[in-house]
Write a protein that binds this ligand. Structure first.
Ligand SMILES: Nc1ncnc2c1ncn2[C@@H]1O[C@H](COP(=O)(O)OP(=O)(O)OP(=O)(O)O)[C@@H](O)[C@H]1O
Ligand SMILES: [Mg+2]
Length: 395
């Protein structure tokens, strides 16, 4: 691969203020362009000190650090002995250096000083960490991120003096291979029928701030298939018929994460039809359902399912939400309705614009199924009292 002048590179190079906020969609060429500019400056200005920071070392290794080493090697600049693999620091022949460290190490935040700082995917680090780094940076600061939701950059940085702000998208990146462009573009089709994908396209294609504010769940990601070593915990059913759909969700444990897999989401099913669909999808083992429908539970039992009724105690909805919020949820790609609900399910808004600790009672059929099984298989009632948290971003 060879590197070229992309529009992204030109736009970033033209920024003149001390703080350069570079918001953008996926594959806009932000990271590569910033690294190219930083390498260029290190070579031209002897003794320049540059820090590249992100949320963790693994994140650097698969992102900015990997890209940096690749650029150095592919442009014929890399000298093995100049790179200290332990310190993650590359020293140029003129005394300039670029060091890579993570924002989760306190001494690093308060320790060194530098002329230039680049925080990659800065929405994953705390504002306080940013401040510590920024006050020890004498010249420029580069910040890049995908705008999945508003965060401290919006409230504290953009619009302040000495600050540039640009938005880039994949259209600013002429270096992007065609197959990646078609892969990205194919999601526009999905956005026509799914608000999850609509929001996804807004953030990752168009580089605009997503609207997941107030949503209850934000710590989830899509996976293609259920890995073989995932362990089935059970199934959750939310009954429905004419207006609301019946939803059946499988819950799996996978390392520290959970996997949710929607198998049924349909209106108009009588219980015998629901049972035969459940057999078709190999629903077996423990199945948890809403205790408010004893008749349906009894009927499904006659079809041979091991259905357990989930008691709806006081504040059980918030309790179930809390259990799920403590987990990183992997959602199978085929779970269209569950994904749609996850992107919409929100806390009630009160008159002054804040959020109440009560969810809006809609977009919760697949989520209720998921909640029933999560409460029964992951819950530890005694330890989990307290108020629910408003959805937060964790990566
Ligand atoms: N200057 C360039 N010359 C050639 N190819 C480039 C250049 N910049 C980016 N690319 C190509 O585009 C891909 C995406 O670029 P990059 O990783 O910089 O995007 P990004 O905006 O940081 O995306 P993300 O938000 O996903 O981190 C690179 O992996 C590379 O293949
Ligand atoms: Mg990037």
């Amino acid at each position: 691969m060879s590197y070229r002048q992309t529009t992204a590179l030109k736009k970033i190079r033209s920024l003149k203020n001390r703080i350069k906020v570079i918001q953008g969609g996926s594959s806009a060429g932000k990271t590569i362009a910033i690294l190219i500019l930083l390498i260029d400056r290190c070579i031209k200005e002897p003794g320049l000190e540059v820090s590249v920071v992100s949320e963790s070392i693994p994140h650097l290794r698969r992102g900015a650090l990997r890209d940096f080493l690749k650029i150095m090697k592919e442009t014929g600049r890399y000298i093995g002995q100049n790179y200290n693999k332990t310190l993650l620091r590359y020293e140029f022949s003129n005394g300039s250096y670029m060091e890579f460290f993570s924002a989760d190490v306190e001494e690093k935040l308060r320790g060194g000083r530098r002329q230039v700082l680049y925080i990659n995917e800065c929405n994953s680090i705390q504002y306080e960490s940013y401040l510590q780094l920024a006050i020890r940076t004498s010249n420029e600061i580069y910040l890049d991120y995908n705008p999945s939701t508003k965060f401290w950059v919006n409230s504290e940085v953009i619009g302040q003096k000495d600050t540039d702000f640009i938005v880039l998208t994949y259209r600013d990146n002429e270096g992007l291979p065609d197959d990646v462009i078609s892969m990205l573009e194919s999601n526009r089709e999905r956005a026509k029928t799914s608000s999850y994908w609509e929001n996804w396209c807004k953030v990752y294609l168009d580089g605009e701030t997503g609207n997941i504010e107030g949503t209850i769940f934000s710590d989830y990601e899509i996976i293609d298939t259920i890995p073989e070593d995932a362990r089935l915990l059970g199934w959750g059913i939310d009954f429905g018929f004419s207006h609301d759909p019946a939803a059946v969700i499988g819950l799996y444990k996978y390392n520290d994460d959970i996997i949710a897999d929607e198998v049924i989401y349909r209106t108009g099913l009588i219980n015998s039809e629901l049972a035969s669909l459940m057999k078709q999808y190999d629903v077996s083992g423990e199945v948890f359902a809403d205790s408010a429908e004893p008749k349906s539970i009894q009927e499904l039992r006659r079809f041979g399912f091991q259905i357990k009724a989930v008691e709806k105690g006081r504040d059980s909805v918030n309790y179930g939400i809390q259990i799920l919020q403590q987990k990183h949820i992997l959602v199978t790609r085929r779970s269209n309705n569950l994904l749609d609900e996850l992107s919409k399910y929100s806390w009630k808004k009160n008159r002054d614009g804040g959020y109440e600790k009560t969810p809006v009672d809609s977009n919760n059929h697949a989520i209720d199924g998921l909640r029933y099984v999560a409460m029964m298989k992951l819950g530890a009632r005694k330890e989990n009292r307290g108020v629910p948290q408003v959805g937060f971003i964790k990566r």
